[in-house]
Design a protein. Sequence first.
Length: 156
Amino acid sequence: MFKKILVPLDGSQLAEKILPHVEDIAKGLNAQIILMTASHFPGAGMVSEDTLKQLRTDEKASSEKYLDQIANNLKKKGLEIKWLYKEGLAPTQIIATAKEQDIDLIAMASHGGGEVAWNLGSVSEKVMKFTPVPVLLMPVMEKNPPELKPEWFLGA
């Protein structure tokens, strides 16, 4: 059923909480796990081109090291792992990668982001709304959700 599982990671321990569940699924189905991360740099015009280029280079190197480390840990457990680094907005890159890699399942942790995410939506919400691929979403929380404010729902 699921032969390729995409696992988007953002470098946080909360996002990594999906990994044990994906390990179990992959072992049971003999599926390949594709780890990915995406970085976005909207700073054009705010910093010099040289600085932006260096930021991109540093972020790519750091992300690739992170993905390689996670991949190696999973490979030691006998899993088939591949990883990808993408540049761009996370939801867009996750959806595009799922299509490019012929993904059968996207598995990700949703850890919100306080009131901003509550109001504007989250990466996981955007992925769920705009991908035709099944999504396994595991909610993980670092703190309590924001207090609901009536004006959010009444248009005040």
